[in-house]
Design a protein. Structure first.
Lengths: 340, 430
């Protein structure tokens, strides 16, 4: 187990060495169709995912790979096919609509003549588009079965096993998201500490600080939201932003800051991390008035540590209502901070 | 009772008095135009309905298609063209998909709706039996029907209005007629979905039962079905394609009916294939609808297909053309003339005549409602209470139609927004 943790820490260090990000390389000969490389050395995506699970890395969505439902190959050739016979032998054709008689047919059915096209139904002439005829819209014709349709279906043929997957079975195609990875605040803290989060605390808090890990905090927040929906209970959330003081060019220690903030909270309140220098405080069963009072108290507290970090707190519970998931909450709060 | 009416001086008294027979003898020999028109109308509109009922009592097979209960299931493309049907398109498509017919697809051709109709229709596309064609330009219903006909994969094309609903089993009952290779199209039986809305829709329910259900039934069994309603009719797709689809312009369903008949196709009516649709709920909307229908009838039947009377299309079609000319054009105009003339010449001095005609008409309608209820299960017997209001309602409709026919014959106010302006200028105006 120790070896495994050391391996993961080594991967974390490699990611840091790559500038805090590792991005996928497309590789059609590999099983997955994608690999992760650090200056020529391959990284195992299972290690990267393991570090995501422990909050040391964060995912960045890059793309989605389709896999054959029969052999799981990523060499899946997706193409438009006929809605009737599923043949890919379809062509886009231009439809014409003759105003005079209402006839609608592919352009080639209207015989080309020197001064226009002749309608096969009424034998009238089509001279000026928009005046005596128009084109109703995009259209496809199947050269195998002669069907006509506006929206072709999607079909897939696996270049690995050769089996076809038609529209009825498209939901069986295996879709796999491809991610890049970036170092999380917890990962950066682990690198500074020289080891991954200690095992006995890694489930809940960051190291031995009274600071819940973001995933844990978001789970608590989600619970409160569910409780409010079901029991109409009240809760509030404070967003605490800080600016780290620069002390002789060295990175400041946030331990004192977090411990100071925690002193303002009751035993039922929860402090968690949103991002670097950004924290969230969950206040169960606390109304807006009390939450605002606490925010003011934190923002204007005369203690030196909070002043040094230029701490600002605001009530943000209203911003969370529209977000469906914890990830959505984090994204919307970040968007507020970016705007603000 | 007789004494009581006499005391009141009621105009009904001659109908029930001892001298009634002499009174009616006098009316008949008096050559009163209204009386003779009434007698001709009874022969044309009522006698066939009573005959149909008697025939059905003798042999009920006349009400149903041949080969009932078998497993003849040709593929059917349900074609819906619409502009701004909104969420109603969901009910229409759902009713088709839930109709129980095994080989069916729905093609919705949207005529550049400005609402969320396309979104509603596309929500069914995943079912694979539904395809949506969203037109880039507003081109009118016939063009969009033609687009859908082009895309249809079924052997049969079922043209359905965007606000109509079909019952479970309706398509089964319609397709059964196509076992006969001479049948080119079948009309469904149209019911008023919003009948309970108000008096106007109730009266239309009676009208649809008498003229639609019973009228079309006997016409079809005589091989003289005059209309394949645009609300719901099913065609052989090959027949539609041979004809080049619908012609642009007004009265597309009437036009298609005549073109099918000219090609020699037999047209049928499926009494048990029920379609539910909303009808106008106000008198103003109803009259506008009937004015449009009357004008289209003159445009299409009298002008565009004037040659339909030619016996080279078959004597049944000649009879149909004559019937149309006499009873759909001439009769309403005669009614208009006779009433105007009668009121001008006689004023209020013929109460017995007018009251007698009203009385007999009401009795006939009463009997026809019972027949319709027996044969077609419509209208509900509750509507019998409204029968006394039906003759004045029909008279009003006839008068409005007569004025519309007159305007159309004089070519007054030809344009109708049913056809977009850019297309209107290109089409021949019959």
């Amino acid at each position: 187990m120790i070896e495994r943790r050391q391996d993961l820490f080594r991967v974390l260090a490699i990611v840091q060495g790559l500038g805090g990000n590792v991005l996928p390389d497309w590789d059609r000969v590999s099983d997955r169709g994608v690999t992760y490389n650090a200056r020529g050395e391959p990284l195992d995506d299972r290690d990267l995912e393991s570090l995501v699970q422990s909050d040391h890395l964060e995912r960045i969505f890059m793309d989605r790979i389709s896999r054959c439902p029969w052999c799981r190959s990523h060499a899946l050739n997706m193409r438009e096919v006929c809605v009737s016979c599923k043949s890919p032998r379809i062509v886009a054709v231009q439809l014409l609509h003759h105003f005079r008689c209402g006839y609608v047919a592919p352009e080639y059915e209207f015989t080309a003549e020197s001064d226009g096209r002749r309608c096969p139904k009424c034998h009238g002439m089509l001279r000026d588009r928009g005046t005596d005829h128009d084109a109703p819209g995009p259209h496809f014709t199947c050269q195998s079965c002669d069907s006509s349709f506006q929206v072709p279906e999607i079909g897939a043929v696996c270049l690995g096993c050769g089996r076809q997957t038609h529209s009825d079975d498209l939901q069986r195609i295996i879709y796999e998201d491809v991610y890049g990875y970036k170092l999380s605040p917890l990962g950066a803290a682990a690198l500074r500490a020289g080891s991954l989060q200690p095992k006995q605390t890694e489930q809940l808090t960051e190291f031995d600080l009274p600071l819940l890990r973001r995933s844990v905090f978001m789970a608590f927040l989600d619970d409160e939201r569910k409780r409010r929906r079901r029991f109409h209970s009240t809760f509030n959330v404070l967003l605490v932003t800080t600016e780290p003081p620069v002390i002789d060019g060295a990175a400041p220690d946030e331990r004192a800051l977090i411990e100071t903030i925690a002193e303002f909270l009751t035993e039922t309140d929860k402090l968690g991390r949103l991002d670097e220098c950004q924290y969230l405080v969950l206040l169960p069963s606390v109304d807006s008035k009390t939450a605002s009072a606490l925010a003011r108290k934190l923002s204007s507290d005369p203690s030196s540590i909070l002043r040094e970090w230029k701490l600002q707190a605001q009530v943000v519970v209203g911003l969370l209502d529209g977000a469906p998931t914890p990830e959505g909450i984090a994204a919307s709060l970040r968007a507020v901070l970016a705007d603000g | 009772m007789v004494d009581f009416l006499h005391v009141l001086g009621s105009p009904l008294s001659p109908l029930v008095s001892v001298g009634a027979l002499q009174h009616w003898q006098a009316l008949l020999v008096s050559s009163n135009v209204l009386v003779w028109m009434f007698i001709v109308s009874v022969l044309r509109f009522d006698v066939p309905a009573f005959t149909m009922w008697i025939v059905s009592l003798i042999d009920s097979r006349v009400l149903r298609p041949p080969g009932r209960g078998d497993t003849y299931w040709p593929s059917v493309s349900v074609i819906v063209a619409g502009r701004n049907p909104g969420a109603a398109i969901r009910r229409t498509i759902s009713s088709v998909l839930d109709s129980g017919y095994p080989r069916v697809e729905v093609l919705y051709a949207d005529d550049q709706s400005t609402d969320d109709s396309v979104r509603h229709a596309r929500s069914f596309e995943r079912s694979r039996s539904v395809r949506v064609f969203a037109s880039a330009q507003h081109s009118g219903k016939p063009t969009n029907l033609n687009l859908a006909i082009l895309m249809a994969r079924g052997e049969l094309a079922f043209v359905l209005d965007a606000d109509a609903e079909i019952e479970v089993g309706t398509i089964h009952r319609l397709v059964a007629y196509f076992r006969d290779p001479r049948v080119g199209a079948v009309s469904a039986n149209i019911f008023v979905r919003n009948a309970s809305c108000n008096l106007v829709t109730r009266l239309q329910e009676i009208e649809y039962a008498l003229n639609g259900s019973i009228g079309r039934l006997w016409h079809a069994r005589l091989g003289m079905l005059p209309i394949l309603p645009g609300v719901a009719s099913i065609f052989r797709t090959s027949a539609l394609r041979e004809l080049g689809g619908y012609d642009t312009g007004l009265g597309d369903d009437t036009d298609m009916t005549i073109r099918m008949r000219k090609r020699g196709w037999r047209l049928e009516f499926a009494l048990e294939a029920r379609i539910w649709t909303d009808e106008p709920e106000t008198m103003g909307r109803l009259m506008r609808q009937r004015i449009r229908w009357a004008r289209n009838m003159v445009k299409v039947r009298i002008r565009k297909h004037a040659d339909f009377i030619n016996p080279r299309y078959g004597w049944d079609n000649t009879a149909l053309a004559l019937d149309n000319l006499v009873f759909r054009v001439t009769l309403p105009l005669c009614v208009l003339f006779a009433i105007t003339w009668g009121l001008a010449v006689h004023g209020g001095d013929k109460p017995v005549l007018f009251t007698s005609l009203y009385f007999f008409t009401t009795v006939l309608v009463f009997c026809k409602v019972l027949i319709a209820n027996d044969l077609a299960r419509t209208p509900p017997l509750f509507d019998l209470a409204l029968v006394p209001l039906y003759p004045p309602y029909r008279l009003l409709v006839r008068l409005v139609e007569a004025l519309a026919i007159l305007r159309e014959l004089l070519r007054i106010g030809l344009y109708h927004p049913y056809v977009p302006r850019r297309i209107w200028s290109e089409i021949p105006h019959w």
